[in-house]
Write a protein that binds this ligand. Structure first.
Ligand SMILES: CCC(=O)SCCNC(=O)CCNC(=O)[C@H](O)C(C)(C)COP(=O)(O)OP(=O)(O)OC[C@H]1O[C@@H](n2cnc3c(N)ncnc32)[C@H](O)[C@@H]1OP(=O)(O)O
Length: 314
């Protein structure tokens, strides 16, 4: 009898391990490209490190909300090569953050991000290196969007080119008054390559995406709200710009995000996982993933506590 119970426990454990393995496989935080696509992560990291400058900084807070800052103010927070490597490392750290629930992505010193550093771009303008950089950034931004955290881009100042693409790798975008998101790629003889076009179509629909890319339109908060690119407008009460202004906006975003991240981390992460699978997977696969995610919270501490407290949802 005891043996049977132990066996049952073992089987249940094995079952839930298999569910986790399937989940991880299906909702793998991995990016799009691997060595089977001729992608050599170490090689491209080395190449990118040859273009230093700036940093991507991560602050994990006890609230379960982390702040990721694109920090290269003397170049309007353009991405140098070393910052691309930094971003990938910060995403890895966030993938391993078991207590995490939310993420805010912002630029330093009152501007979001002006895309890739044009000095680095000029130096690696040959097609092979361009492809490698494109695959590297697609992988990082895909992993960013797939984090089991609810993410928001705090758009202050300008989000241009790759900076506009970065905003689409977050679940939500909140735009400060006076800010602009602009896919300027056409003016540079380019199209988005960091996954921004594919994500934009899913956010605003193909008609709007075609207008934004084809016209390199400046999206201000009003247009952003109209087409669904922006999820809210931030108005600072403090006049002018500067550190006080920025921290007030950050507080507003933390409050906004807090409305969606209240509760235990495993439940919030499960919420993100089911929405992500609904967004990315064909229906039957999304349904199976939803079942697996459901299995990770059913009978869990938060579920048992809610049942014991006979909670009412008035
Ligand atoms: C993935 C593909 C892509 O990302 S393609 C898109 C690349 N990005 C761009 O083309 C943006 C180019 N920059 C601009 O249009 C302007 O600098 C913007 C961002 C509008 C700011 O204008 P403004 O406020 O007048 O400042 P500014 O031009 O004096 O710039 C301040 C310093 O920052 C630099 N900067 C700006 N953006 C970049 C960039 N992407 N790469 C490298 N440096 C950049 C400017 O050159 C300027 O530097 P400096 O003070 O002249 O030494």
């Amino acid at each position: 009898m005891a043996l049977c119970a132990a066996k049952r426990r073992l089987l249940k454990h094995a079952g839930s391990c298999a569910a986790w393995a399937r989940l991880l496989q299906r909702q793998s935080s991995g990016g799009v490209y691997s060595s089977s696509h001729g992608f050599n992560q170490e090689e491209i990291r080395e190449k990118l490190r040859a273009f230093p400058g700036g940093s991507v900084d991560l602050l994990k807070q006890e609230s379960g909300i982390a702040v990721l800052t694109i920090n290269n103010p003397s170049r309007m927070n353009a991405f140098s090569g070393s910052m691309m490597v930094d971003l990938e490392e910060r995403v890895s750290q966030l993938e391993n953050w078991t207590d995490g629930k939310g993420l805010i992505v912002q630029g330093a010193a009152g501007s979001f991000c002006s895309g890739s550093d044009l000095n680095a771009v000029r130096a690696i303008s040959n097609p092979q290196d361009g492809m490698k950089m494109c695959m590297f950034m697609q992988n990082s931004l895909t992993r960013l969007l797939r984090l089991p955290l609810i993410s928001v881009a705090l758009v202050e100042g300008r989000a241009l080119g790759g900076g506009a693409e970065l905003t689409t790798a977050c679940d939500f975008r909140l735009m400060a008054s006076g800010s602009v998101i602009q896919f300027v790629h056409k003016h540079m003889g380019l199209v988005p390559g960091w996954g921004g076009a594919a994500r934009l179509v899913r956010i605003v629909g193909s008609q709007n995406a075609l207008k934004l890319l084809g016209g390199a339109l400046k999206v201000d908060p009003e247009l952003g709200m109209r087409i669904g690119l922006a999820d809210g407008v931030l108005e600072a009460t403090r006049a002018g710009e500067g550190a006080g202004h920025t921290s007030e906006l950050l507080q507003q975003v933390e409050n906004w995000l807090g409305g969606y991240t209240k509760g235990p981390a495993p439940v919030i992460q499960a919420v993100k996982r089911v929405v992500l699978s609904g967004r990315e997977l064909p229906l039957s696969e999304a349904l199976r993933t939803e079942k697996d995610v459901f299995g990770t919270v059913w009978g869990g501490p938060a579920n048992l506590q809610a049942l014991a407290s006979k909670s009412k949802h008035k």
